[in-house]
Ligand binder design. Structure first.
Ligand SMILES: [Zn+2]
Length: 213
């Protein structure tokens, strides 16, 4: 099993972790998923039944992570409800033993605080679409997070990220994962192959994929 593209919404992507809303979860054979309610969804309308569905999906063998979930100060519902929904995702992750794919727009503090106040600081997080500067990267790295880089990133943040915490993604951008790996390799002065090898190894480790698979 090879996960090179750590975060995409393209529902038929291969070698990828496909982020999908549990209400639209319809797994294809040989594909792997993260399930969660995106913070841009109208989080106020998520019901108890929806959270039960999230937990059921999380136990599906092709689901390797919870997400994307997280917080966004520029878009989506109010911060209190976003926080509550994010914590519910952390709880499901904790119960099912899965790591979490996090959407973070100007919410680094809120995300880390929510994890801590909910006593769920041990739940592994990967912040996707990493676009913050190197100070944001440092704060997240110090909190143990993996960082996933896509088409647009701050070069200082990428240079701050150790090679063993680096992930690659296409998200919903019109790029291939090879193009993203090439951009990242240029900034790091590494070969594209080295970057791809590191990112796939990191994804395996973060997602807890059995080395025999
Ligand atoms: Zn996304």
């Amino acid at each position: 099993m090879n996960i090179l593209d750590f975060h995409t919404h393209q529902t038929d992507a291969t070698d990828a972790l496909i982020a999908v809303d549990p209400r639209r979860f319809d797994p294809l054979p040989g594909h792997y998923y993260a399930v969660g309610f995106h913070p841009w969804e109208t989080v106020e309308t998520i019901t108890e039944e929806d959270f039960m569905l999230l937990e059921r999906c999380a136990r599906h063998p092709q689901v390797l992570a919870i997400g994307e979930t997280g917080m966004d100060h520029l878009r989506g519902g109010g911060i209190p409800v976003q926080t509550a929904v994010f914590i519910r995702h952390l709880q499901v992750a904790n119960e099912t033993g899965l790591p979490v794919v996090v959407h973070n727009v100007r919410s680094t503090r809120d995300i880390l605080d929510a994890r801590r106040t909910a006593s769920l600081a041990a739940v592994p997080l990967a912040v996707h679409g990493m676009s913050g500067n190197r100070h944001v990267a440092r704060t997240l790295l110090d909190a143990g997070c993996y960082l996933s880089f896509g088409q647009r990133f701050n070069p200082g943040a990428l240079l701050e990220t150790p090679l063993d915490r680096l992930l690659l993604e296409t998200d919903d951008a019109p790029v291939t994962i090879h193009e993203v790996a090439t951009l990242v390799a240029q900034t790091l002065h590494l070969t594209v192959d080295d970057v791809k090898t590191a990112a796939t190894g990191n994804a395996r480790k973060f997602l807890g994929i059995n080395p025999a698979l």
